[in-house]
Design a protein. Structure first.
Lengths: 307, 278
């Protein structure tokens, strides 16, 4: 520390240099303290997740088997029951929701970032979209019930998996839009100008340059959004998900069961076997989520490499 | 002829494509061009005859509207929200600010290289081929890419890695890639907005060499802050200047480069080119 307070005199009567006095041990100490702090913060998240997963797998292990995936739930022989219709229903929900919300979300984001001028109406739309991300999901359920299940019953077939997916799409659209807009905004304006200067139309610039460059960022938002959609139970209960049905969903206009509502149903029953089934159901939903996310991550990495 | 004033005389010459006294022809005729950002007038009343197959340099202090001005020549200025331009810019027989003019078509005919290299996030090959493809190029694409890269003096450096990303190139190479992609759409005029300001001297030299080649087949307009560069590479020079703070920029003087740098008519021009201000 000897040199930390050293003064250096300017030659030939120049002004005295400002002094720098700092205790390096304090600065490095703070540095280390901060490292510990952020490591602990990260560990808390990881440890809680690991405990949760281990606990759930242990509880569910008695029920987990290939048969669990291929059987219908049963009240008479609950130990032989499974999640088959709920799993199929959730896969339908996830697929339809992605099909509906991804193009709509990308489109809305492109409009707001690339086409919209700064008018009062557009500013209102922007603020509303950001606020929509914070609305409780059950409210979306009520909206879906009013619009997709009742008003649009001739189109959606009432309490169909399509109506459920439309409701979930509304729920996650804001997340996709906001993430995609952020990704588009991060692209420097010089890329757009470079395209226009070659005689490209707006659409050509968007299609060839902006969308491919924004896609990795947008996919991150899409992954988060779809993860949320597959875990939602509340809005589905409002728009008429089946708690039990004797068939698996085979088309968009069929009725449907879903994993979160199946788990909710099991968990509300006191018998141990239902509690174990719920745990096993949670393992299944996590596996589906993991699978869907890894597909999205592979896609994202491929686009990142190309970019 | 004798009853025409000198100015009218020149207009007639220009529009008929007849040569000027020095043998050059008209490339782009700009009359009373003003550029606005919202209600703010950034450039006012610029009139220049840009000579074909010559390099025209635009110099002047920062913020006096040079860049804004050349962005009006390919109608890129109006892409900025709230911005617009007024006046007449003749490209051949067409006024590019006429209602019937299609800005997308104009921008293919008047290419632009920007201050900072802005290659697309694609392969080197695709960077060059993309503009030609969207504009409906029907010929041999490989041949066009090679020719454009050769013209931009980049071919030898990249011929073995055409499939690699343009982002992997150095700044100077990226800028030449941007020149190549501009050449690939066969523009008539190439606008360059300080194309070498972000580059090292060696890369700058290469770009300047490229420009000397380019004027054989293209009309080049270049904005530069580098007076030596303007003197080295240009045939004509325009000096932009703002007299009082807050005024719009205007074209203060325009003449052959030699005259502008040795014996300009106006004092401000002389002060600027001799480095007394700016």
């Amino acid at each position: 520390m000897a040199q930390s307070g050293t003064q250096v005199k300017q030659p030939e009567g120049g002004a005295e240099r400002p002094e720098f006095k700092a205790s390096m041990s304090t600065r490095y100490g703070l540095d280390r303290a901060f490292t510990v702090l952020v490591t602990v913060a990260a560990l808390v998240g990881i440890v809680v997740l690991v405990v949760l997963v281990v606990d759930v797998i242990r509880d569910g292990s008695t029920m987990l088997s290939p048969k669990f995936l291929t059987s219908f739930p049963s009240q008479i022989f609950p130990e032989n029951g499974g999640v088959y219709p709920a799993l199929i229903g959730s896969v339908w929900l996830l697929g339809l929701t992605a099909l509906i919300s991804v193009p709509l979300g990308l489109g809305a984001a492109v409009y707001l970032e690339e086409y919209a001028t700064d008018t009062r109406i557009n500013r209102m739309i922007e603020i509303n979209i950001s606020n929509l991300a914070g609305v409780p999901s059950v409210i979306y359920g009520l909206l879906g019930l009013g619009i997709f299940v009742q008003l649009l019953a001739p189109v959606t077939g009432g309490t169909s998996v399509l109506a459920g997916a439309l409701t979930l799409s509304l729920l996650i659209l804001p997340v996709i839009i906001v993430a995609t807009r952020e990704a588009l905004r991060a692209i420097p304006g010089s890329i757009r100008e470079g395209g226009f200067a070659l005689g490209a139309t707006r659409w050509e610039v968007i299609r060839s340059h902006l969308l491919p460059m924004a896609l990795p960022g947008a996919l991150t938002g899409i992954i988060l959004a779809l993860s949320r959609a597959i875990g939602e139970a509340a809005p589905l209960l409002v728009v008429g998900v089946s708690l039990y049905q004797t068939y698996a969903t085979t088309g968009p206009f069929d009725g449907y069961m879903a994993l979160p509502t199946q788990i909710y149903d099991w968990i509300s029953r006191p018998q141990q076997v239902f509690q174990d089934s719920a745990a096993a159901g949670i393992v299944v939903i996590m596996a589906v989520l993991l699978l869907a996310n890894s597909v999205a991550i592979v896609l994202r990495n491929r686009f990142e490499k190309r970019a | 002829m004798s009853e025409l004033s000198e100015e009218q005389h020149e207009v007639r010459q220009g529009s008929e494509g007849a040569p000027y006294d020095d043998g050059s022809t008209l490339g782009m005729k700009i009359e009373n061009l003003s550029a606005f950002y919202g209600s703010f007038k950034a450039v006012t009343d610029v009139s220049i005859d840009i000579r074909a197959n010559k390099v025209t340099a635009l110099i002047g202090p920062s913020g006096c509207g040079k860049s804004t001005f050349i962005r009006c020549l390919n109608r890129l200025h109006e892409m900025i929200p709230g911005a617009h331009a007024q006046g007449c810019v003749m490209l051949g027989e067409q006024d590019i600010y006429n209602k019937s003019a299609d800005p997308v078509v104009i921008r293919r005919r008047v290419g632009m290289v920007f201050q900072k290299p802005n290659p697309f996030s694609k392969s080197i090959y695709e960077n060059v081929a993309w503009g030609a493809r969207i504009n409906g190029y029907r010929g041999d694409m490989d041949e066009l890419v090679e020719r454009s890269l050769r013209q931009a003096a980049l071919w030898e450096e990249v011929k073995d890695r055409l499939k690699e990303s343009g982002y992997g190139l150095s700044g100077g190479q990226q800028q030449r890639l941007c020149i190549a992609r501009t050449l690939a759409v066969e523009p008539e005029v190439i606008l360059m907005d300080e194309p070498a300001s972000a580059l090292d001297p060696v890369s700058t030299q290469k770009i300047e060499d490229t420009m000397a080649e380019l004027k054989q087949s293209y009309t080049v307009v270049i904005v530069t802050h580098n007076m030596q560069q303007a003197a080295r590479i240009s045939d004509y020079t325009g000096f932009f200047y703002i007299e009082n703070m807050g005024d719009p920029g205007r074209l203060w003087e325009f003449d052959e480069t030699e005259k502008m740098f040795s014996n300009p008519d106006r004092k401000e021009t002389e002060d600027y080119v001799t480095g007394r201000f700016g």
